[in-house]
Design a protein around this ligand. Structure first.
Ligand code: CP3
Length: 344
């Protein structure tokens, strides 16, 4: 058997490479003209997610331009509420909309057991990507963490509104816990199916982890995320998982003590000395270039890349952004960033 190195998987096993593996959150998306073309062809965003051939094609597009070390499945965290029976749609230029799950009665109306058959096209896309990927490139599957998915399910429309979920959790903690429990089960099944279809690792996106105080953070972020990872491992053994509790800051140690991840994604606001002290050496750090530095380009981009490498490249590390790439990012800036990481 020929041994093809897979730097991303190595990093998640606690191994350091002199040149770290690289991929970017939202690397498949609107900053690529070839994505915009297929997006238009697909009509609706969800239709793109649920057409295996198109979803696979869009997943592979960034790999044809850039020699990233990983592909991330093209899909969305909101396919899970969609499968649970909530109405989800994407308003052109406005982002996601959902029929709000506003109270315990609405939680009860969601599917009790996760109808994973509704997401068969997603798993089919994973399988197609797997057969078409260049050797050595890892395939990352993902889901939203229960807390972040719940914020969208409860708020419905208003993009980026976490108040409604926070209020629900204060007013009716048991009703809200029932929603979180359903998402724990659904997320675990969704991740297991992606592994079975060919994913090499998965990432748990907790975009809104940073809006909670310590008690709520433990109850709605760490504890449910820990249960997701444990449920996946009960089924599949010791598979690689990356956690991304964006904005967790000083709660990173608490997160790591409850969520058994192999890698932790950091956003750009975290103090690197604090982060290094908080993450054991056998856990990979992933991140954390400011997406606006990538958008800015030039000398500020070079400086920001160097700072990230100086902070983390002497340990198991995956170079990435601190959040998704901005849609107006020039392709030349991505090329410049990659060249700098690879020749450092
Ligand atoms: O390349 C990749 O990273 C894989 C694809 C991916 C998408 N969404 C595609 C997408 C991933 C991993 C996600 C995760 C996701 N989706 C998150 C967590 C990570 C994050 O970015 O915070 C969240 C919160 C969502 C929900 C969501 N989907 C929002 C808020 C939006 C609108 C904002 C926006 O950027 O447009 C989406 C739509 C979406 N998901 C797009 C893409 C490429 C843009 C839709 C389009 O092409 O019209």
């Amino acid at each position: 058997v020929e041994l093809i190195p897979r730097p991303l998987i190595d990093a998640l096993k606690g191994k350091r490479h002199r040149i770290p593996p690289v991929w970017l959150m939202r690397q498949a998306g609107r900053y690529l003209p070839e994505y915009r073309a297929i997006r238009e062809q697909a009509g609706s965003f969800l239709n793109l997610c649920f057409t295996p051939d198109l979803a696979a094609e869009v997943t592979l597009q960034p790999l044809r331009r850039f020699d990233f070390d990983a592909a991330i499945l093209f899909s969305d965290i909101l396919v899970v509420p969609h499968a649970l029976g909530q109405r989800v749609w994407f308003e052109e230029g406005e982002g996601p909309r959902l029929e709000p799950v506003a109270d315990a009665a609405a939680v009860d109306r969601l599917a009790a057991a996760f109808p994973d058959g509704r997401l068969a096209p997603v798993y089919e896309a994973v399988g197609l990507v797997k057969t078409r990927l260049p050797p050595g490139v890892a395939l990352i599957g993902f889901c939203g963490a229960p807390w972040t998915v719940a914020t969208y399910m409860v708020a419905g429309g208003a993009a980026g509104a976490q108040g409604p979920a926070r209020l629900f959790a204060y007013r009716d903690p048991e009703g809200f816990a029932a929603l979180i429990d359903r998402l724990v089960d659904a997320s675990a099944v969704h991740l297991v199916r992606q592994f079975e279809a060919g994913a090499d690792a998965v990432q748990l996106f907790d975009t809104w982890a940073g809006v909670l105080g310590p008690g709520e953070f433990d109850r709605w972020v760490s504890e449910p995320s820990g249960r997701v990872v444990e449920a996946v491992r009960r089924e599949l053994g010791d598979v690689p998982v990356i956690g991304f509790p964006r904005g967790a800051g000083t709660q990173i140690p608490s997160y790591l003590s409850q969520v058994p991840v192999n890698g932790i994604g950091l956003d750009w606001t975290v103090d690197p000395t604090f982060a290094r002290r908080s993450v054991q050496r056998d856990t990979a750090i992933q991140g954390n270039l400011d997406p606006l530095a990538l958008l800015a380009g030039g000398a500020p981009l070079d400086r920001a890349v160097d700072q990230v490498l100086e902070a983390f490249a002497d340990r198991p590390f995956i170079f990435n952004l601190g959040h998704g790439i901005m849609p107006d990012t020039p392709i030349a800036h991505v090329e410049r960033m990659l060249a700098r990481v690879r020749t450092a």
